[in-house]
Design a protein around this ligand. Sequence first.
Ligand SMILES: [Zn+2]
Length: 90
Amino acid sequence: MNSFNEQKRKEEEKAREKELSDLFKVAVSQPKVPVGVDPKSILCEFFKAGQCAKGFKCKFSHDLNVQRKGEKIDIYSDKRDDGKLMSLLV
Ligand SMILES: [Zn+2]
């Protein structure tokens, strides 16, 4: 009786571990690349998680600095674009 319960407990533990690893897999996914955007300007999500097996063949960037640079440029260019758009409308 005891060994049966133990077996059942072990199976439940295994199932929970599998569930967790599945969740982790889902949590790491590549960002969507907008049309006209170079994937090399986007940091590889798998690389960030230490899971990218593609190495230098990966179409995303493995340079941890690339995302920070990209974000800054995006913020400024967005503001500029808004300004242009506003002046055109007025
Ligand atoms: Zn990668």
